[in-house]
Write a protein that binds this ligand. Sequence first.
Ligand code: ADP
Length: 402
Amino acid sequence: MTTKPPIPPLGYKVGILGGGQLAAMLAEAALRLGLRPVVLAKGPLDPAARLVKDALYGSYEDLDLLKRFLGEVELVAFENEFIPSELLHKARHAKTYFMPELETLRRLQDKISQKRALQSINVPTAPMLVLPEGGRVQPWLDEVDREYGSRFVLKWSRTGYDGKGVFLANDPVPLSSRRELLDKFCQASLERGGTVFAEPYVPFVRELALVACQSTNGEFKAYPLVVIEQPGGVCRWVKGPASALGVDPKLEREAFAYAKKISDGFQLQGTFAVELFELKDGGLWVNEISPRVHNSGHFTQDAAVTSQFENHWRALLGLPLGEMSTHPAFAMLNVLGPANAAQKHGWKLPPITARLHLHWYGKADLLPGRKLGHINGHVRKIEEFAELIEEMERCEQGWIDG
Ligand code: ADP
């Protein structure tokens, strides 16, 4: 494990691999702490590139560019876990601290090795059937059919996000009538150098998430457990704390214990998210771990004392973690590009009210389904929560209609 870097001087350069909204919010938090964020973005219009003085543009697959970027900074944080760890190994300098470490990234960036690693530390997750290496898809689909019937989920092992790379089958349609579609889905992953695995469809009661933080100084803390709503695999709502919304507080303790086990088992550093399924029998299964700041933690910007982004830097620099308590009830709504996004011109700001907070990413293209921003809201009493949710819905609808 890397030893923690010493507390740096003001203006210390920190690297952020990525230029999207997570990178932008990490950059904002870094600037507030007196750090100097350097981003590797695709281009100058990327959300993070618009905020910082120091940005390099291009693809991380360009090894020379990646080396140049890593030459500028010592400490590197990630916006996502897609960059192959082998590439980062090749490009790293003697003094580069990757947080999390590349070995951790390697184990987590492939969903199959992530699930195996979870099993090895006795953290429950859905069972899986992996397409064997060099295996043929059709006979394997027969096995999926025998094992799980018509309700199953196929997943790409790598590079999936927001439901891309996930095929959900949760109806009585027999697998045999989807063969062509499933074959295409599997081939797309194989062409990208990954493979595919299947899980049974988990008839969960709710999806939950815990955002936690492991500091290089040894401290470990978590924000309250939250309820997440992800129709079609894309996060729409985060609501919490879960314990105020009818989730048994024992599940929060259980999720916290899993997060600690995961943090220790994988030697995580900084903020990370654990997404979970609440099962009908009252148990929990971990669906996925993200070793970085995460959409399910955006509520922390306005509803918690310290945001997940600030705590990420505090953790990576070995500073004391900021307070993680929250308002009594809060919600986050992702604003996705509506169906008419491409045709409409002259979009106005969403009509936020006094208790809502808008976080707009400034993406150049307003494409349907794209995450364009999010709205945070919180209330002083749980009795006001339903009203808050309606207010947030009205705000988004007002924006679409206006
Ligand atoms: P991504 O990498 O796109 O976030 P996930 O594995 O988190 O992929 O899956 C996206 C969503 O698909 C989940 O939030 C959940 O709603 C649904 N999902 C994933 N796996 C299963 C499963 N085994 N059973 C039921 N729903 C699932």
